[in-house]
Design a protein. Structure first.
Length: 273
């Protein structure tokens, strides 16, 4: 049993074979997928819900990615508040800071990030964090975690650091605030030793696995379109590094996911019953 805790299923890369892609995920042993609902920003904020409503084993998130922070208006935030009431929505995200591309001004990113954390608190939803520093500075991690400590930690709702690329102190700082740390296909890349080191050191009950489909396909699929079935390769790498069976990684990370979101396996949302 495996969980893909972060996939962008609505993206155009899957338009030609979405049903077949989901069938391959099932055949690979996936029990659930968390479809990320940031889409392309305003105008597509319900994209994950539309997919999740069609499949009892797929869940959804909502949120405005830092790339599109500059596009967020009051009407969009009001729409998110309404969408947050949908029973398939498990979390608010992905939200955070992206200082690598800077598609939105950094001050706007910080403002929309803080605003969404407050809204997630009101909606009683966990948050899913995107944090990508610039090439020559890691300060985005300290800023991101600082904003979480300021606006979120007291909520005790926790969250997920998605596609983790930071250092061990960043991960431990987040774990102290009730976060899980999620690893993607880049853990298999030759130059990603810093990510592998964190995945070795963290307690297995604090770890999730994901694909970030259609991005970041793991070795041996690197450079191709990623898809949820490939999350098995992430589990395989973590198992190899830690000297344990892949089945143990799949079981524990799945248990982590279901425990964190208060779910039962097989598409049974205990909060919606």
């Amino acid at each position: 049993m495996f969980i893909d805790s972060h996939a962008h299923l609505e993206m155009e890369q899957f338009d030609s074979d979405r049903a077949e892609m989901l069938a391959r995920a099932r055949a690979a042993g996936l029990d659930s997928i968390l479809a990320i609902g940031s889409g392309t920003g305003p105008g597509s904020l319900d994209c994950a819900i539309r997919l999740a409503d069609q499949h009892d084993w797929i869940y959804a998130t909502i949120g405005i990615h830092p790339h599109e922070a500059r596009l967020a208006g009051e009407q969009d935030l009001e729409e998110l508040a309404s969408l947050a009431k949908n029973a398939k929505v498990l979390a608010w995200g992905e939200i955070g800071l992206d200082y690598y591309y800077d598609h939105s001004p950094r001050e706007v990113q910080r403002e929309i990030f803080g605003r969404q954390m407050r809204m997630a608190h009101d909606a009683n939803l966990a948050i899913i964090i995107h944090c990508r520093p610039s090439e020559n500075s890691e300060n985005a991690w300290d800023e991101c975690l600082g904003l979480i400590e300021e606006h979120w930690a007291s909520s005790k709702l926790g969250g997920i650091l998605h596609c983790f690329t930071g250092q061990e102190p960043h991960a431990l700082r987040a774990v102290e605030m009730g976060f899980l740390i999620s690893f993607s296909g880049n853990i298999t890349f030759p130059k990603a030793e810093n990510i592998r080191q964190v995945a070795r050191q963290l307690s297995l009950d604090k770890i999730l696995i994901e694909t970030d489909s259609p991005f970041l396909a793991p070795v041996p699929h690197r450079g191709k379109r990623n898809e949820p079935a490939f999350v098995v390769k992430v589990a395989e790498k973590i198992a190899e590094m830690r000297g344990i069976a892949i089945e143990e990684v799949g079981r524990q990370t799945s248990e982590n996911f279901y425990r964190f979101f208060d779910l039962l396996p097989g598409g049974k949302n205990t909060r919606a019953s």
